[in-house]
Design a binder for this molecule. Sequence first.
Ligand SMILES: C[S@@+](CC[C@H](N)C(=O)[O-])C[C@H]1O[C@@H](n2cnc3c(N)ncnc32)[C@H](O)[C@@H]1O
Length: 191
Amino acid sequence: MVFGQQLKSVQIESLHYIPAGSCILIVGGGTGWILEEIANLFPSGLEITYIDKSSKMIELSKKRNYQLNTVEFINAPLEDTSLKHDYYNVILTPFFLDCFSQPTFEVVSEKLDKSLNPLGLWLYIDFYLSAQSTFMQKILVKFMYTFFRLASRIEARKLPDIDSYFSTYNVLAKKMYYHNFIQLQVLQKSK
Ligand SMILES: C[S@@+](CC[C@H](N)C(=O)[O-])C[C@H]1O[C@@H](n2cnc3c(N)ncnc32)[C@H](O)[C@@H]1O
């Protein structure tokens, strides 16, 4: 509610890194608005797997106009979903990995890593905090975690430490938004 359109614009910007004809995995996609944005750029030729554990979100996402792209919807937690190895060219996890505690983050990231092709792209978008973050940013993240722990029973209490996990990836682009509160990283898996 606080950021609304801003969270969307970062994601829309990230879509320009998707190569035409890609096989894409979207995890925790929410209402599916991103499927329409992807279709605006690529009206056809994409094969998309769309995972969300919420049946409501999947129901809303199925109603989206994703044009001539192929979309397979999976209504299940990522943890319970089996994914093909070395299959996807692009993985999108916008505001998804922040739902997990560090150990679960590493387990689910490992699963995603295995499903990504060598040289495939992982479009990572999430909140970012550092020692330099403002007091307001730290409070806001604390508030979000308290709220979502009560509302959706997420297990996380703080943002995961992603840097060590992605240390073997090449960072093709790293952009910060909204006074360094949101980061986009375009990460390429090594061979
Ligand atoms: C914060 S929302 C982000 C939605 C969307 N990416 C966006 O930015 O508008 C997180 C989404 O991840 C889904 N989710 C949470 N935990 C999940 C899990 N373990 N497996 C699959 N989906 C999950 C939720 O149902 C929710 O739709």
